[in-house]
Write a protein that binds this ligand. Structure first.
Ligand SMILES: *Cc1c(COP(=O)(O)O)cnc(C)c1O
Length: 311
């Protein structure tokens, strides 16, 4: 498979949700195989010259979006891809689906319950879990420039940007790039989906010591655990689909939207929500919701899942 000849560039749409108008940056539409948050973060590895590299090693969960995107990157560049996980659920092994299945189909070599080898040669790239590393800044700068160009074209002065965070890499580099480009009228807001605010702050500091480049944190009162199922999360996900026609991811976006909607001071100004992809992961989340909440019915269409609440 040759190089992925794509110019990563995504459209901005206008949507109305819960009576508010939002701009939506459709990074989920960047490319059918390489999209969303991880495409921006791994853009650097797609475009730059790595003559000596033959292999990438990474680690994380067996359903991660980063794992799938790395499998696309490795396949595209003709590299071997080795991925380390703590554990693969038996159910997943027996019924491969979602990111796991797609990454295996791209030739991923997965290893369970072994330490991640630290490469000592110069043929191997080690990629941090979730792409939390400085190379991510390269592709996020491209995203920031797209937003700046759009904002100028639209004549929007003040703008709030919102996106839900895992490692905080995307939110941090986005805010940093905008400040460095002197776009002080654009403010980046995020919320912690993995861990709490102090964990997210720590993640920001690992990538950037100067706090003036950090995004602003928003939160809800109740604590949510990453990857767990909450009826409120499912309900807002469904409502988003019904009101806007856009399918969001089930891990980050429900908490993201719920947090954003609870902050009137943010959404009273023009607000741009970044759709960071991850929809392939819904293939594992939706059946879990269906099993947990019996009065939810799942209708599987062609490549799409639709849920309806039983009356
Ligand atoms: C990885 C990911 C995130 C979290 O991004 P960070 O840069 O780690 O904060 C959010 N949404 C989706 C869909 C992702 O794949």
């Amino acid at each position: 498979m040759g190089a992925l000849f794509v110019k990563l560039h995504s459209p901005v749409e206008t949507i109305v949700f819960e009576g508010h108008s939002f701009y939506l940056k459709r990074d989920d539409l960047l490319h059918p195989d390489f999209c969303g948050n991880k495409a921006r973060k791994f853009h650097y590895f797609l475009e730059n010259d790595f003559q000596d590299i033959t292999k990438i090693i990474s680690y994380g969960s067996a359903q991660s979006n980063a794992m799938y995107s790395l499998s696309v990157l490795a396949k595209t560049r003709g590299w071997r891809f080795e991925y380390y996980v703590k554990h693969i659920a038996n159910y997943l092994k027996q019924n491969p689906h979602g990111n796991y299945k797609a990454a295996l189909e791209n030739g991923m070599h997965i290893t369970e319950n072994r330490p991640v080898p630290i490469p000592a040669d110069n043929h191997t790239l080690l990629i941090e879990e979730g792409g939390h590393q400085k190379e991510a800044e390269y592709g996020i700068k491209v995203l920031a420039q797209e937003i700046i160009d759009w904002q100028i074209l639209k004549g929007i002065e003040e703008l709030n940007i919102f996106l839900p965070s895992g490692t905080g890499t995307m939110a941090l580099f986005l805010q940093k790039t905008l400040i460095k480009a002197k776009r002080v009228q654009i403010r980046v807001y995020t919320c912690a989906c993995v861990g709490d605010n102090s964990y997210l702050k720590k993640q920001f500091f690992e990538l950037e010591e100067n706090e003036k480049y950090h995004p602003a944190l928003l939160s809800l009162e109740k604590k949510y655990h990453f990857g767990k199922l909450y009826r409120e999360n499912y309900e807002i996900w469904l409502k988003l689909q019904q009101e806007t026609g856009v399918v969001f991811d089930l891990l980050y976006d429900p908490l993201g939207w719920r947090t954003l909607l609870a902050h009137d001071e943010v959404i009273s100004k023009p607000t741009l929500y970044i759709h960071q992809g991850g929809v392939l992961g819904n293939e594992s989340m939706l059946p879990r919701y269906k099993r947990k909440y019996k009065n939810i019915e799942c209708i599987e269409g062609v490549g799409d899942f639709w849920f309806v609440a039983k009356q």
